[in-house]
Design a protein. Structure first.
Length: 101
């Protein structure tokens, strides 16, 4: 491997660790393994990030395999009468850091 590739690998590793650290902060704040998208946006906007920066952070975290994304059904009433009362929300799940094993 030439020096450029090693340098790029180090840069990518540092970037991944920086993103993981930011993502772990929000999960620690809520003390949960899975968070709704709204919780993540609320936390980071209160900490000075723009919506676009948060979107990019989540995209990078997905690309680096730090988090998973899914949908969950949310029913806000005890008794539902129509399908419109059933909502789906994005949920993000923090993956284990396997690089430390």
């Amino acid at each position: 491997m030439d020096r450029l590739n090693i340098g790029e690998m180090r840069k990518n590793h540092k970037e991944k660790e920086n993103i993981r650290r930011k993502i772990e902060q929000v999960f620690r704040h809520y003390n949960k393994d899975a968070l709704f998208e709204e919780e993540i946006y609320e936390y980071f906007t209160k900490n000075g990030l723009s919506k676009n920066e948060i979107k990019n952070l989540l995209e990078d975290a997905l690309a680096y395999d730090i988090i998973d994304i899914g949908l969950t059904t949310v029913i806000e009433k005890e008794e539902i009468k129509t399908l419109e009362e059933i909502k789906t929300k994005k949920v993000y799940i923090l993956k284990e850091d396997l690089s430390i094993i």
